[in-house]
Design a protein around this ligand. Sequence first.
Ligand SMILES: O=C(O)[C@H](O)COP(=O)(O)O
Length: 432
Amino acid sequence: MTKSSSVAMKGIRLVYVLLDGIGDLPHPLLNDLTPLEAAYTPNLDALARNGAMGKVISVGKGIAPQSDIAVFNMLGYSFKDGSYVGRGVIESIGCNIDFRDGDLALRGNFATIDDKLKIVDRRAGRVISSEEAKAVCKTLRDNIRFSDKDASIALEPTIAHRVVIRLRHAKMKLSDKITNTDPAYDKIDGMGIAKDTTGEMFVQKSAAEEDSDQARTAAKMLNEFTTQVVQLLRDHPVNRARIAAGKKPMNCIIARDSGNRYPHVDPIDKKHGISVGCIVDMPVEIGISKVLGMKMFQAGDVNDYEEKAKVAAKSLKSVNAVYVHIKGPDEFGHDGDARGKKKNIEDIDKRFFGTLMNELKGSSTAIVVSGDHSTPCVKKGHSDDPVPLLVSGSMVKQDGSARFTENYAKRGNLGLLMGADVLSTAIKMVAG
Ligand SMILES: O=C(O)[C@H](O)COP(=O)(O)O
């Protein structure tokens, strides 16, 4: 990097917004528009008119990624060498559970099942209080016993239906070559890949994927865990109360994305040559931020969009770039709620982008907007459809884009980018 470009890099001010699950497909309830096309988004439209667009395949062609590997790619880390450690490890780092190499960390969901292990709801209806989750996890920690006396477990509830599971064996390093008990995701090269979730699903038995005692022991521990969870929660007071209140019982934990080692990668500041902070809420993005050495800025809760915008603007006093993860759209996509996703996008446009543009008025700050993956409402799950990308700012050559939508992304001057090239491309565009 030349001296002049490194000086330019230091002058960089960039807000990098990833809208979780933003990409979508035309929906019959939206007159065959996508939620982005159907939404009223005057602020995003203004940013599009002042910038250039493209479309992004965040991980790889044909891959419907989970947020963890997708966000790593969107921050410049592709793990193309198959070295990815798995979402379970990232979420264990995010929630500070005691984890060391040789343990097995998994992402879990409190789910609702029937007496034949058919999954009624992969998220037990989503509405789970932290009190309920803590009470259930205490019962499980206090009562789960493994047939192997050297096996142990740690369990940490995080947000809503999400929980982190950590298995440990005192006398062996557990293998992560085991299959998920959650049928909605596969694990390929450590990456969680979404499967079709529209049909009937049953809790899966975990199986060793390699011929080793470490894998057989890990799968056996996970299966013993799952069986005991179902027994212990069948008539748990929390579930009796939930059923009495007309809620779905959280009577099973389905698990995925096991990993058995810490990730070791270059810090993001070293990789990109600028200082990068973040505003994130979910355990997976918190874990990613810790792994990449990002300075985390606190900005209210998941839906406090105005606060996120104000803190993002202020953070540029201490970092060159701030990555803001906005969770909203993804959950509506998973729930197949197209009207809800459209409304959430309008809410984000008004309360986040409206506030951000006001806070940044008069400053030469670039605003980059994209997503980690598509979560089409018609599929109720992640897909490999590209996500839109917008790079907006006075330093960017406008390409005639008028709206931040999938269609304008297809026609924009930036063309097609792979996720791992997005941030470095945006930095170059902004540094000039
Ligand atoms: O919200 C999350 O944690 C993930 O993005 C989706 O996970 P889920 O399909 O298990 O809810």
